[in-house]
Each structure stands twice: as C-alpha cells, then as structure tokens.
Ligand binder design. Sequence first.
Ligand SMILES: [Zn+2]
Length: 315
Amino acid sequence: MTLRVVVPEESEALPFTVEPGGARVASKEIPERIHRILEGLLDGGAVLAPRGTDGTDDADRAERLAEAVHGKELLEHLRHGVPEGAQSVLDDAFAAPGLAQETPVTRGVWPAALGAAAAAVRAAGLTARHGESSYALVRPPGHHAGPGWYGGYCFLNNAVIAARTLQEEGASRVGILDVDYHLGNGTLACVQGDPTLPFASVHSGRPEDFPYAFEPGPGLFAVGSDPGPEAYLALVRNAVSHLRGQDVEALVVSVGYDVLAGDPHGSWSLAPEAFGPVAALVAEQRLPTVFVQEGGYGLPSLRGAARALALEASR
Ligand SMILES: [Zn+2]
C-alpha cells in the first residue's frame, strides 16, 4: 500500500498571524510544522505525489466545492476582506455561532486556504484513482471552518472538501474521522443533517479548550482528562465503529498531532508512537482513505508521530 503525500506550494504563504490588537505575532501554526511532518512521513515509507499538470483544475474544483460548503459570502470575505492599507481584519460577522472571532484574515489567507483545499482535492482524486491512501499535508488547517464561518486557524474545510471530492468520484457515503485534540466544530456543522457524510470525533471536552462548548451527539467522543494510550485507542476504535455502522465506502481522517505530550494547544500526554496503532486501525478498514492535516503544534513530536502513522498506513 502506497501512502501518497500532497503538499501545496502555498503552505509558506502564511508566515505569521495577527493578534486582535493588530500586533504581528509568530503563530504556532507555522510552515516548520509541515517540514517536520513531511520528513516523518517520508521516513515512514510515504512517497511525495508528483505535482500534476492539472493543478489549475484542482484549484478550480476546490473553489467550486468550497463555495458549495461555505457559501459565496465567506469566500468573498477571504478573497477581498482586507482593505487596502490594512494588514488584517478580525470580523465577528464570520465567527462560529456563539464565539468571538480569534483568527484574523491576513493578505496571504486566500491563496494559502485555496491552495490547501486544492491539495485536499488532489489527494482525494489520487485515492479515488488508485484505491490507496493519500495524505493532504496542508496548512492552514480546516476543521474549525463551518458553513459561512471560520476560526481556530481554519478558513476552508479541507476535510469536507476532500469528502465531497470522493463523492464526486463515486463514493456514496464517506466517513470523516477526526482525531485532532479539538472538536472539528466546523466539520460537524458542515455535515450535520447529511447522512452521506457521517462524522466521528475523539477530542478534549474541557471547557477551556477550543471551541469551548458543544452539545454531545452520536459519534462525538469527548474526553474529560488525559486518556493515556490505551483508552485513547479504544475511543478511536469506537469512533471508527460508529462510521462503519453507517456503511461508509471511504474515509477522510482529520489528523491532529496536538493530542501529543508537550503540544502548546493540548493537555494530554500521548507519545508520538500513539499514531502507529491509530493508523493501523484505519488501515485495517481496507477503505480508500484520505488523511488531511489539521492541528499539531509541538514541533519536537511531529516528525516521530508522522513517521509512526506512515509506517502503518503504507504497509
Ligand atoms: Zn487541534
């Protein structure tokens, strides 16, 4: 089994973030994350997908699917929302319901977000064509972006866009498994009420963790405190079972390495090796699978976690 990695050129386009007061700060969502994860994936046996000649088609398709998922207004805001002379805007009009906006739109957001979505489309296309696994190694991440809103470093929902691509390629039901530390509230909102895209997530349920508050629901496994490796894997197994119970024909896995010890946005103590059994569990399903990069900000653990995942996913 070959694990093909797709990396967008535009992942360097967002070198900083902006605080609500306007100060430029070094975000933890930085290009170095991608470099380290890529090293780990290749070390674990994954291969870099050659850049296709159809890159423009991927971007066009990503834009069409993004408009269907998020609506025209959000896309217009991301494209043109920063006025001449300003470096960023922070707009509550496009915040998740009940949340203040914490993520500014900067000038580099649109090409980076569209580039990430196009990479997700390309990865899904490769998986559909080859029946094997692919890994959209993208930034910015996407699972906190919902219909008409964005936040939590996320602008376009790459996982939902990958799932919609798989559906266009013939899969009638695509399960989305989210193993990021944070609930993919955007993904949840995008697929709610659509039985063709069942969603399951294992995430922190602490009120101090983004997105701070949410309703319990089927497939949502909220963890109150550090689960440790065995309990974590058992929860992921439950999440996978939830999806299998709905006859999914393909999987999109939102991968977040922020479940690992030392992550500045997490609180758990899992070792990088925890991603081996998670990936093995996914591989055991024998379903066409697209991994999509979400969070993971603890630089020292990224290489090892990605290597552990790739070793199992490319077996
Ligand atoms: Zn996260």
